[in-house]
Design a protein around this ligand. Structure first.
Ligand SMILES: [Zn+2]
Ligand SMILES: [Zn+2]
Length: 250
């Protein structure tokens, strides 16, 4: 649902194509036609990183990932139809679009059949102040409402912002984000205690599901997974709304 404030400000039209929304779609920000234009990422893919299967040999993209980082899946390709939606989430000050993006993500396999917790990729403090919100947290909260699993927002912190990584090779990207994340020990301990009391009787190992808006090479997700693994997480997965095609990578 849109907040009352947004209802007042926004006419009931699609944010992307400006078509009027029919009354039963009025709670949405993106119309069904625009949502159907989003192109789902489909197999065959590397079982681990979800990238289209390489033509020769093993996948180069996820070979350097930490052992506990098991899989990443993305809902749609970052093409001319999905890019405006990501842009609206990130820069247009419309975090409520997260509900529409999260709906596309719920078509991916839900981790809710086992104990799982959603962990948004954090922004560095300065970036958070500039933007006013963390778009990954918006996505994680929207997903959590639909999947009915908890979100932990104060566990992972970003110690520094990393430069945009589009021109780097997978190896350089990993080096580029090294040490960019930390796990807040106090938050981790509180969470473990909570699990021991409530949920973890039958499931000692909870899956940490990292949430981000876009997967480019997975280096950021892999580095966040490494920080969680070092803190004691045994199973980390990732989920993103969109996936950028890497032109020089097959
Ligand atoms: Zn539309
Ligand atoms: Zn792979």
């Amino acid at each position: 649902m849109r907040s009352a404030f947004e209802q007042l400000l926004l006419p009931a039209e699609c944010l992307l194509c400006h078509a009027l929304l029919v009354p039963r779609e009025a709670h949405r920000i993106v119309c069904p036609v625009c949502r159907q234009r989003w192109r789902a990422v489909r197999p065959p893919w590397c079982e681990r990183c979800g990238q289209p299967e390489p033509h020769f040999g093993p996948c180069r993209l996820c070979v350097e990932w930490p052992a506990g980082f098991r899989s990443v899946r993305s809902a749609v390709w970052l093409d001319e139809n999905a890019r405006p939606a990501v842009h609206a989430l990130k820069y247009a000050g419309l975090p409520r679009i997260a509900d529409d993006l999260a709906t596309a993500m719920t078509k991916l396999q839900s981790p809710a059949d086992r104990a799982a917790v959603l962990i948004p990729i954090p922004l560095a403090k300065k970036r958070l102040r500039e933007r006013g919100y963390n778009q990954s947290e918006m996505l994680a909260r929207a997903l959590a409402r639909q999947w009915r699993i908890p979100v932990l927002v104060d566990l992972l912190v970003r110690t520094r912002e990393t430069p945009t990584q589009t021109a780097l090779t997978p190896d350089t990207r990993l080096a580029n984000v090294a040490g960019a994340f930390d796990v807040r020990r106090a938050a981790w301990d509180v969470w473990r205690r909570h699990l021991q009391i409530n949920a973890a009787r039958d499931t000692p190992h909870v899956t940490c599901v990292l949430v981000d808006d876009v997967f480019t090479t997975g280096a950021t997700l892999a580095e966040a997974a490494r920080a969680l693994e070092q803190a004691g997480a045994t199973t980390v997965t990732g989920i993103t709304f969109a996936r950028a095609a890497i032109p020089d990578f097959t």
